[in-house]
Write a protein that binds this ligand. Sequence first.
Ligand SMILES: [Zn+2]
Ligand SMILES: [Zn+2]
Length: 96
Amino acid sequence: MAGPRPDGGYAIVTRDDGHVREYKTATCSHCSKIIIFGAGQDEGGFCMRCMKLICGPCADAGRCVPFEEKLAREEALDIRRRQLSKVLGLDERGSS
Ligand SMILES: [Zn+2]
Ligand SMILES: [Zn+2]
């Protein structure tokens, strides 16, 4: 009986040789990918800016871009783009 864990989660992985192993998991706070610890893959890293666990690719990127912030930024960009094209009265032109 597995109750809710306060610190991330666990993944049950059945290997080719029939062994079943339980791995600790966490969610990357930058891209919300699942990180599986000790499964022989990239185990990710730790972001010193937001002080949270992140996945390998995010650790390699070396930037702090929390997932929610990224979404908000894209949304804001989209709104701005629409306002701009409305103001300028542009349709498909405007490429330099
Ligand atoms: Zn990530
Ligand atoms: Zn970060």
